[in-house]
Design a protein around this ligand. Structure first.
Ligand code: CA2
Length: 145
């Protein structure tokens, strides 16, 4: 059994599909999890969401010890959490920073990601279906390692 991939989601993403559908679409987080599981096939996966920075950091540490790769949508923490950036720096495998919306088309406050500089790759603007792309590309990167 290969080591699991971790898919971590930050604050407010538990409200997905219920607010601002013009930006984030109508897909709920439960539906995102289902499409990620579909894209991962038999590959083991930990799919989690938290509104707490501390909990996310704990999960990044867990993934650093146990995970083969990681996709993280840090939501608002993307732009100001040096603690999450520092934790991600320690992650040894492929790391994809993921955003549903294209953060670069949005207001200036969404332009400066602290995470991009420590990620293997960045995906933004493909909508919730983009998680599918992230999962299959993450598994391809792991197989290449
Ligand atoms: O586009 C993304 O995935 C974001 O990471 C979402 C974050 C935002 O701070 C990032 O700039 C881009 C915000 C997530 C807020 O969650 C919502 C959930 C449901 C409806 C509206 C917002």
């Amino acid at each position: 059994m290969p080591a699991p991939i971790y898919i971590l989601n930050g604050p407010n993403l538990n409200r997905l599909g219920r607010r601002e559908p013009e930006i984030y679409g109508h897909t709920t987080l439960a539906e995102v999890e289902a499409l990620c599981r579909d894209a991962a096939g038999d590959w083991p996966m930990e799919f989690r969401q938290s509104n707490s920075e501390s909990e996310l950091i704990g999960w990044i540490h867990e993934a650093t010890d146990n995970g083969a790769g990681m996709i993280i949508n840090p939501a608002a923490f993307t732009f100001y959490s040096m603690a999450i950036m520092d934790a991600l720096k320690m992650f040894p495998g492929p790391l994809i920073e993921f955003h549903i919306s294209n953060i670069h088309r949005r207001e200036e406050i969404y332009h400066n990601s602290l995470v991009s500089g420590v990620a293997t790759a960045v995906i933004a603007g493909l909508g919730a279906q983009g998680y599918r792309v992230a999962v299959s590309e993450l598994i391809r990167l792991i197989r290449k390692d």
